[in-house]
Ligand binder design. Structure first.
Ligand SMILES: Cc1ncc(COP(=O)(O)O)c(C=O)c1O
Length: 417
């Protein structure tokens, strides 16, 4: 029987309210990423011989470093690595603590009680609300942003309070704008720097303010930092944990997905406040049985060799340079981010003698349909599109060709900003 046929059976009647209850799956709204997927498929079908320039992907275009892959092969063959890893091996925790010291100058992290591995940051974000959120409790999220901590807060009967990230505030949340009633009910504050999708970086002064605010309102800070080591032009990687008092108020989530081209490998870690780490470890222990030990050991090789990340960052930095100058030549106002994959630019209002765009989504759809250029639109706070420098290209010459081609496709029209 098909999905539609089963919708006529009792199975449709028993879904939990958190995913739509009896109406689960019947929502006809198409979500943003599905729309992009469909528009890409339609554009490819309409112009099968034209290259689709994909600036929408949020994951690296290359595989992990050969040394990491070789280490996995070696460790995967050892019988002692075969079993449940539970809350992880000590060597991984130790390597993670050393990595925080080497790359972020964060000393004094106790690997035994202040670090635990995760099967990537996404599941960690999904589990953390189970440690803190009772019905009616609030998680403060930033928008636009990565929504997983908020989604699970709502699953548990909690509420989400969104703070907009605006250009005027350098895409940092204005904590003073949060109403007193929300501060009182808030248990979690989600931050993510360098930020997806704005590309914004935090500052030490901002993090200091966060620590003071969290102490005042008794809120746990969850700093999601998968792009933290991908910084450009001499910008030093900045950890929330480097700020005095950070460990008293929260945790930081690290991931090897982006900084080591290991998205599919599913490995990261949670570091910081030992009581938060303990609660997370308990909840995690009831969710998964740990990442394959051979993957943890391959990840140790990565963590011990941060020059791998530096080379990856150099590639993204030069791609950002190419993309920023191409877009600015066409009339966009693009500013190179200090970190992350993402170049976040304001969408034009329309095209001279052509269509008008009342949203970033309308502009993004136009780019796919008319120009075969895929981006991700954000209409949560202003109208912006996100270009990601993880587009497919092997080496500098190919990168230049892709960017030239993007520019060529956008120069035969005049955008209105
Ligand atoms: C801000 C942010 N957090 C978390 C993740 C998920 O990372 P992981 O692969 O470690 O689950 C992503 C991936 O796109 C992200 O952009």
């Amino acid at each position: 029987m098909s999905v539609e046929q089963y919708q006529e059976t009792y199975i449709q009647q028993v879904f939990a309210d958190r995913i739509g209850g009896v109406n689960y799956g019947k929502d006809t709204n198409i979500y943003k990423f599905e729309k992009i997927k469909r528009a890409k498929a339609a554009a490819k079908q309409a112009f099968p011989n034209v290259e689709l320039i994909d600036m929408g992907v949020g994951e690296p275009d290359e595989m992990a470093d050969a040394g990491i892959v070789a280490k996995l092969a070696e460790e995967a063959a050892k019988p002692e690595n075969r079993g449940y890893a539970d809350n992880g091996i000590h060597e991984f925790k130790r390597a993670a603590a050393q990595y925080l010291a080497d790359v972020f100058q964060v000393g004094g992290i106790d690997p035994d009680i202040e670090i635990v591995h995760s099967i990537g940051s996404k599941p960690a974000l999904a589990m953390l609300p189970s440690c803190f959120i009772n019905p009616g409790d609030v998680t403060i999220m930033t928008v636009p942003g990565y929504p997983v901590l908020g989604t699970h807060t709502k699953y548990l009967g909690g509420e989400v309070y969104n703070i907009q990230l605006t250009k005027e505030n350098n895409f940092l949340p204005d904590l003073d704008s949060i109403p007193a009633e929300i501060c009182q009910r808030a248990k979690l504050l989600y931050l993510n720097y360098p930020n997806n999708p704005t590309g914004a970086a935090a500052t030490t002064a901002f993090f200091e303010k966060v620590v003071a605010w969290a102490k005042q309102h008794h809120v746990i800070v969850v700093h999601d930092a998968p792009y933290a080591a991908l910084t450009y032009d001499g910008e030093k990687p900045l950890s929330f944990l480097s700020v005095p008092g950070a460990k008293d108020v929260g945790v930081e989530l690290h991931s090897l997905s982006k900084s080591y081209n290991m998205t599919g490998w599913r490995i990261g870690f949670v570091a910081g406040n030992p009581l938060v780490v303990k609660a997370f470890s308990d909840v995690k222990d009831n969710n998964d049985s740990g990442q394959f030990i051979a993957i943890q050991k391959a990840a140790i090789y990565g963590l011990e060799n941060p020059t791998i990340t530096e080379a990856i960052a150099e590639k993204y930095s030069r791609r950002h340079n190419l993309l920023v100058s191409a877009l600015n030549e066409i009339g966009f106002h693009a500013e190179k981010p200090r970190g992350s994959f993402f170049l976040y630019v304001e969408a034009p209002k329309g095209v001279v003698n052509g269509p008008t765009f009342d949203s970033a989504e309308a502009f993004s759809q136009y780019l796919i349909r008319e120009k075969l250029i895929s981006t991700v639109p954000w209409d949560d706070a202003g109208h912006f599109i996100r270009f990601s420098v993880t587009f497919q290209a092997k080496g500098l010459e190919e990168e230049k060709r892709v960017i030239e081609e993007l520019k060529r496709r956008l120069t035969d029209v005049q955008f209105i900003f």
